[in-house]
Design a protein around this ligand. Structure first.
Ligand SMILES: *Cc1c(COP(=O)(O)O)cnc(C)c1O
Length: 394
């Protein structure tokens, strides 16, 4: 067995040891219900309060603007459906981007079946939202703009501050899915004019099944889960205390190590990009070279089938992901790669490698060697490649 090289941190991350340590007592000794009066419950309540404060501080928000959820998907669903419900009388038009995560896209599609109209604004070939298209899409009945902070496939960072200003100047609410960005980049909700922001624990070395939605104070947002008075009666259910402690600890850790982690990942990212471009012919870097997440690398290789590439990388102990097939098992190419203008056959040959601060330069060299070898082997089996080379050599 080859040692594992994990390069799928956009899918999920390892829970950091200090996060697990912080969580453990809340499974064992400190199991009280935070709503209880006795001190066993109070300890849990204090831990929840502390996590909420850590997260609020990290965003320049107030504690009572942070609502814990069961992850990023729930936070996205809540934000969009709640605005539709509370502001639907004012208007029934929503603007989002063509490259959102399915948690946003499918929620918008659901609302389209319930009387709302949605405009999916396009992106340029780097994956950056077209601001003039956004401005042109605004109507008197637009109630929400939802644009992700950073894309999960190609890593592109969006002009969030400009989008927030455009939304704010038109009196439109602004939600951002920051699941990929939170913990990787500094975010200030006031500076960026963000009204709602989604994040998820397991994308920042915290546990799975916990996330939060930031909701700016004063927004008319009704309860998402009806029941008890938890989360200021907006999201009922006994708090996931270990999970909340975990996401709080993960947030504290992420902001503490951010500078060092970003520097290390950026260096490895650019090294990997340069070496793949040098070693593998007929490849294309997807996403903006500079305006991208510090840990994201995404390439398309012509005449290569992404799924085969992934399976052969797996045999070498390399965990990666492709943009080519969505999780439902469909073989449709990624909507993100199509939105940046890639033809179907090139979008199919894509590879996403997302790094962590634990990766090394030696690992990057091993990955480059494996990708080079596998791409050569797959192309050698491709009749299209054979024809292409014949044409090229004429
Ligand atoms: C992972 C991810 C989500 C979903 O988060 P979960 O916690 O897994 O539900 C939503 N948006 C983006 C951009 C993501 O990367």
């Amino acid at each position: 067995m080859k040692p594992l090289i994990y390069l799928d941190n956009a899918a999920t991350t390892k829970t950091a040891a200090e996060v697990v340590d912080a969580m453990l007592p809340y499974f064992t000794e400190q199991y009280g219900n935070p709503s209880s009066i006795y001190s066993l419950g109070r300890t849990g309540k204090e831990a929840v309060t502390k996590a909420r404060e850590t997260i609020a501080r990290s965003l320049g928000a107030r504690s009572d603007e942070i609502y814990f959820t069961a992850g990023g998907s729930e936070a996205d669903n809540w934000a969009i459906k709640a605005v539709a419900e509370a502001y639907g009388e004012k208007g029934k038009h929503i603007i989002t981007s063509a490259i959102e995560h399915h948690a946003v896209l499918h929620t918008c599609q659901y609302l389209e079946k319930h009387g709302f109209e949605v405009t999916y604004v396009g992106v340029d070939e780097q994956g950056i939202l077209k601001l003039d298209e956004l401005k042109a899409a605004i109507r008197p009945d637009t109630i929400l703009i939802s644009v992700m902070f950073a894309n999960n496939e190609i890593g592109t960072l969006q002009p969030i501050e400009e989008i927030g200003e455009i939304a704010g100047s038109h009196g439109i609410l602004f939600h951002t899915d920051a699941v990929q960005a939170y913990g990787q980049l500094p975010i200030d909700v006031d500076q960026y004019h963000i009204d709602m922001l989604s994040a998820s624990g397991h994308k920042l070395n915290g546990p799975k099944g916990i996330g939060f939605l930031y909701i700016r104070k004063g927004l008319r947002i009704r309860s998402f889960v009806h029941g008890g008075a938890q989360e200021r009666a907006r999201r009922a259910g006994t708090e996931n205390v270990p999970g909340i402690v975990g996401i709080g600890a993960a947030a504290g850790r992420a902001f503490r190590i951010m500078e060092e982690k970003t520097a290390k990942e950026t260096e490895l990212r650019d090294y990997l990009i340069d070496r793949i471009e040098q070693e593998v012919p007929y490849c294309r870097l997807n996403g903006d070279r500079r305006l991208r997440l510090p840990n994201n690398v995404n390439f398309s290789f012509r005449f290569v089938e992404g799924e085969s590439l992934l399976m052969m990388l797996d045999m070498e102990g390399i965990c990666a992901s492709s943009g080519s097939a969505c999780t439902s098992g469909s073989l449709d190419p990624s909507h993100v790669l199509l939105a940046i203008g890639l033809p179907h056959e090139i979008a199919h040959g894509s590879l996403r490698l997302t790094l962590s601060e634990e990766n090394t330069k030696e690992q990057m060299d091993m990955v480059v060697a494996a990708v080079k070898r596998i791409v050569e082997r797959l192309r050698a089996m491709s009749p299209l490649y054979e024809d292409f080379i014949k044409q090229e050599s004429k």
